[in-house]
Write a protein that binds this ligand. Structure first.
Ligand code: PMV
Length: 360
């Protein structure tokens, strides 16, 4: 599909007042998206696990404006508290998506949002937050045009979420999502995420992700700044090629269930993401001493036990520990006894790879 095909032309009625609520999950990339072109088009393909428990729940209330104005009218609340500082980001988002939702300026919105994970945890809520809002807006479109198919609904929700935050387009469906056109992934697109369409070995069913909160502070580098660092980066071309190859490689791994190969690919991707940041200009080190302590402990434990534990990282210091469900007991014990000491205030979050967003 092309972007133009998401511009609705046959909306039948006008919107009635109402409210809509969606819960949308966070996701963790296995092959990382880092670098984008104009209009949030990724420089490379990525694939992620959908996290079933780290979610944003957004209620969107809407009523017809008494007078049509040429501006957006909305207020944002987090946990019941008005958040004017969130509004500029939503304003930018609404500006980007207004051509796809002609009703945006005719309505007055109240966006009430909450996260199932602590706001101050340092876990990015933009993927779950932007996808939840995109889904709410899609539900309004569906009211106006009940004939749209589920497939179109999901594609457009992902397309819209992408315009809020790139990785948000991978938060509509579960449990593995690919974003970025790749010649070995049927129907993959730069415009939206698609559910991974091939066979996945049982080893990866209900995969576990324990997130160790090493640093709960504000992000040192915003995603926008981060992605821009890939423009003119000396290793950019090679990196984008590597991501492309890693998508082909992970396809084989997901089929065969080869956990050792999975570990090597996932950890290499995490360290490559950070290597890109360390070698850009300006350069950043987003890992903290405790990030490295945790990584070293994981490596020693893996060597000693041969269990299939591995780590991945986002653009920050927190560590996602990934492991198969059947090794859960031993690995959680290791985390609790040996790794929690490296977390800020001992905080960590246990999650399971699972289903996508849900209407509530
Ligand atoms: O969605 P953004 O623009 O915040 O980018 C997120 C990029 C990473 O989380 C670092 C990697 C990824 O693919 O999710």
């Amino acid at each position: 599909m092309t972007a133009e095909e998401f511009i609705p032309f046959n909306l039948k009625s006008t919107v009635k007042n109402g409210e809509i609520k969606w819960a949308s999950p966070s996701n963790i990339a296995l092959v990382k998206y880092w670098g984008k072109k104009e209009h949030q088009i990724p420089e490379n393909q990525s694939i992620s696990f959908t996290l079933s428990d780290c979610k944003t729940i957004t209620k969107l209330k809407y009523e017809a404006k008494t007078k049509t104005t040429n501006s957006f009218d909305f207020q944002v609340y987090l946990d019941g508290e008005r958040k004017p500082d969130f509004e500029p980001k939503i304003e930018v988002f609404f500006n980007r998506i207004q051509q796809y939702f002609p009703f945006l300026k005719t309505l007055k919105f109240t966006i009430e949002t909450e996260n199932t994970f602590p706001h101050s945890s340092g876990i990015a809520s933009s993927a779950s937050g932007m996808s939840a809002l995109a889904l709410c807006l899609m539900s309004i479109e569906k009211q106006l045009n009940p004939e749209i198919t589920e497939s179109y609904f999901n594609k457009k929700a992902s397309f819209i979420a992408r315009l809020g935050s790139g990785s948000a387009c991978r938060s509509i469906q579960g449990d593995l999502v690919v974003w970025g056109a790749h010649n070995e992934i049927e129907n993959s697109s730069d415009l939206y995420g698609v559910k991974y369409p091939y066979q996945v070995h049982d080893n990866f069913k209900n995969y576990q992700d324990t997130i160790l909160l090493v640093d709960k502070g504000e992000k040192q580098v915003s995603s926008t700044v981060g992605h821009n660092l890939m423009h003119g980066h000396p290793f950019a071309k090679q990196r984008f090629k590597q991501a492309n190859n890693n998508i082909s490689e992970i396809k084989n791994i997901l089929k065969s269930g080869d956990l050792k190969a999975f570990i090597a690919l996932v950890e290499s991707e995490a360290l490559t993401l950070h290597a890109m940041m360390m070698t850009s200009m300006p350069y950043f080190i987003l890992m903290k001493p405790n990030t490295l302590e945790i990584i070293n402990k994981i490596w020693s434990f893996r060597k000693a036990t041969n269990l299939n534990i591995c780590f991945t990282l986002d653009a920050g210091a927190n560590v996602h520990i990934l492991y198969p469900e059947k090794e859960k007991e031993q690995i959680l014990e290791f985390i609790k006894t040996q790794l929690v000491a490296y977390c800020q205030n001992g905080h960590y979050i246990c999650d399971t790879v699972g289903l996508g967003a849900k209407k509530m």
